[in-house]
Structure formats: C-alpha cells, structure tokens
Design a protein around this ligand. Structure first.
Ligand code: NAD
Ligand code: FE2
Length: 382
C-alpha cells in the first residue's frame, strides 16, 4: 500500500444477523410504510417449509404478498422482465429477495428495471452502463438461504443473455439492499452438496479478496476472519450441521462478499467459463479450481500465504501448506479434485481458456494471468 493516495471504502448495509432474524421482516416493512412486497425467490425455495411459513407470517400481519419464482438456475434476462411485469401488474411497493445467489441476483435486477426501462444490458457495468443507473429504485430487502455468494450484501447482479448465455454484470451502489435479514435457521436443511459447493465459493471469495491487488486493509482483515470462520465450520456444516456451524458459514459468506469489493482473481476466472459453457454450479466450479489457482499465486506472495496459513492454524506455514489444506478440505466435503470428474473434457480447454482470459475477475489477481497460464491451469486440473 502506498500512503500518498486517497482511497474510498464503503460499508453501508444494515445487517440483522442471527437465528430467527427473518421473522422481523413483517414488522420492518410496516415500520417503513411498505405493505405490498414482491417476494422474489426460486421455484425450489418457494416450496420449502420455512418459506411458506414466512409468507404466512406476512399475510397474518395484513400485508399484501405476491411471490415471483419463475426463474432459471442460471438466471436470464427474460426472468428479470417477467418479474418486473409482476411488480407492475400487482402494483407492488418494494422488493424482498429470498434465496440463494440466483434468486437474489434476479431480485436485484428487478429492483434496477422497475425505473430503468431501456434494454437491461444497456446497464452492463463492463461496458460502462452503470452511468445510466440514475433514477430511484424501489426499497430492497434481502434474506439469504445459502451461505456462499454473499449476494445479500452485494451491489451487483449476474444475469445471462437468454440466447448466447453470456453473463452480464449489472452494478450500481443503489442496488444495495437497505437491510439484510441473515437468519442461519433458514440454511439448516441445505443439502450437503449445496452446503459444500456454496461454502467453497465463500472460501474462494475470502481468499481471493485477501490476495487481490487493490490496497484495502479493512477488507483484508474481514477476509482473514472469514477464512478462519470457514475453516472452523464448513466440514461440520456439510457432514453434521448444527446452529453454530450454519451461523459461522452464513456470516463468513457475507464477509466474503463485503471483502471482494477489493476484487477477486484467477480462481473465479477459471470458474466462470465452466458455468457459461457447461452449466456447472458456480460454487462447485470454484471448489475444484481453488487449489490450482492458489498454487499459481504463491510465488511472489509468500508473505500473504503465510498469513493465510497461520489463520488456518496450519503446521506447514507456507503456500504449499495452504494448497494441501484445500485439497484435504475438498476430500472431506466430497468435492472432486479433478475437472474431468465434473464433466470437463480435453476438447473444452481451448474455449475455456479464451473465456477465462476475457473474464472480469483476474485483472485484480495479485499477479497477471495469461492465456497460456489459464491453459496450463485447466490442463493441470483436468
Ligand atoms: N451477485 C454476486 O455478487 C454473485 C456472486 C457470485 C455468484 N453469483 C450468482 O449466484 C448464483 C449461485 O448462487 P448460490 O450458490 O447461492 O446457488 P443457487 O441460488 O443457485 O442455489 C442452489 C440451489 O439451492 C437451493 N436452495 C437455496 N436455498 C436453500 C435452502 N435453504 N434449503 C434447500 N435448498 C436451497 C436452490 O433452490 C438451488 O436449487 C449464480 O447464479 C451466480 O452467478 C452472484
Ligand atoms: Fe463466487
């Protein structure tokens, strides 16, 4: 870090964290004179017991509730348009996103679209579209039901084109939720596989944010504590979940997303093409790639890996110790070590390498990553 520059740090979201916090939603809406929420979720969560209870609780408080859950696993533009139609047709006055990263991203994109009716991808951050986000947006509340993306505290939404499946990023500080109800009880029944994959996404956010090249000591402190909490709880949350492990994972995933305003890195750029090309779950794609990506990053950043190793309380206090830890953690939570075990084939590597090079995450990696590097990393992980 150099001390002759001015940096800007933003930590604006109110978070109500703890078992039962989601039950405060109704009173919160009433206190803010909101009575007609559009609840945005996915079709799986819409059927779960806690969701139905939550909706019934709102109705008991005489709130007018409409649920929109017609979204894809990897959300697309038409999901956002349909959700905005629901907002208009039912004359809603606020938006509550309840779900994993996919549902929260759609909810956030609807928040944008309500008063910004140009083509959705005109607002794509990668082409400077954030400057067109000039109008007011509806009151937005988030309730996460996975512990992974941390999208509940994010200010971006990842939405794909219906035809090309190319992912676009809608980004604006206005898209932050006004309040997050982070309730670990909602994650108690998460299946082991989703817990493992989303948990490794959270670990990747914290590790990549800690290593990312932008100077940001606040985020680095948060990222290291996030790494520590995940090392204490992920295995337990997957194999023998209890309230403590679920709580630690939920707060650590949120911390990862707060921390990654500092940037991400090579692992996310290796992972994103697997989702766009092969529809791989985002967390799983990170989980398989993270040991290889971290190994690539060690040289030149040994001092940072030493901090990670000591945070993980490893005996082997160098970068190689961290890589070994990641492989062992993956084994304990049933994540495969090789890309071929999640459907990647030799013939995919050239296209994957092109897509990875074009990805937005790696320019913040502590060291530059070339197309050759991506090809080598995919080949090693295959
Ligand atoms: N905005 C961001 O900053 C950001 C960052 C990373 C990823 N993402 C996006 O997030 C998405 C991935 O999110 P995710 O990893 O949370 O997965 P997800 O939202 O796809 O959810 C995974 C599965 O778990 C189910 N599920 C969710 N909560 C559950 C619960 N409590 N109990 C049982 N099942 C439950 C869902 O229905 C879904 O089938 C991707 O679309 C990715 O692009 C966004
Ligand atoms: Fe991620």
């Amino acid at each position: 870090m150099t001390f002759d520059k001015i940096y800007q740090y933003n930590f604006p979201t109110t978070i109500r964290f703890g078992a039962g916090s989601s039950q405060e939603l109704g009173d919160y809406l009433i206190k803010n004179n909101l009575s007609k929420p559009l609840i945005v979720t996915d079709p799986v969560v819409a059927q779960l017991g806690f969701f139905i209870e939550l909706i019934n609780g709102l109705k008991m408080k005489n709130l007018s509730v409409e649920v929109f859950s017609d979204i894809h696993k990897n959300p697309v533009k038409s999901d956002v348009y349909k959700g905005t139609d629901a907002y208009d047709n039912y004359q809603r006055d606020c938006i509550v996103g309840i779900g994993g990263g996919a549902a929260l991203d759609v909810a956030r994109a609807i928040v944008l679209r309500v008063n910004h009716r140009e083509d959705l991808f005109k607002y794509d951050d990668l082409i400077g579209g954030d400057v067109f986000v000039t109008n007011d947006v509806p009151h937005f509340v988030t309730i996460p039901t996975t512990a992974g993306t941390g999208s509940e505290v994010g200010r971006s939404a990842i939405i794909a084109d219906d035809v090309t499946h190319q992912k676009k990023i809608l980004f604006a500080p206005k898209l932050l939720a006004k309040i997050v109800f982070a309730d670990p009880l909602l994650t108690m029944e998460l299946p082991a596989f989703i817990t493992a994959a989303t948990g490794m996404d959270a670990l990747t956010h914290n590790m990549e944010a800690y290593l990312a090249k932008m100077p940001h000591p606040l985020c680095e402190g948060i990222a290291l504590e996030g790494i520590s909490l995940i090392s204490q709880s992920l295995e337990q949350a997957v194999n023998k979940p209890d309230l403590e492990s679920r709580s630690k994972m939920l707060i650590a995933s949120l911390m990862g997303a707060v921390a990654f305003q500092k940037g991400l890195g090579v692992v996310h750029s290796l992972a994103h093409p697997l989702s766009s090309l092969l529809d791989t779950h985002h967390g799983l794609a990170n989980a398989v790639n993270i040991p290889y990506g971290m190994e690539f990053n060690i040289k030149g950043f040994e001092h940072k890996f030493k901090r990670i190793a000591s945070t993980l309380e490893l005996k082997d206090t160098n970068g190689e110790g961290v890589v070994k830890y990641l492989f062992e953690l993956n084994s304990k939570i049933n994540i495969p070590h090789k890309l071929r075990d999640i459907g990647v084939k030799q013939e995919h590597i050239e296209t994957l390498s092109d897509l990875a090079l074009a990805d937005f995450a790696h320019p913040n990696n502590p060291k530059p990553v070339s197309r050759e590097d991506f090809k080598n990393l995919y080949t090693k992980a295959l």
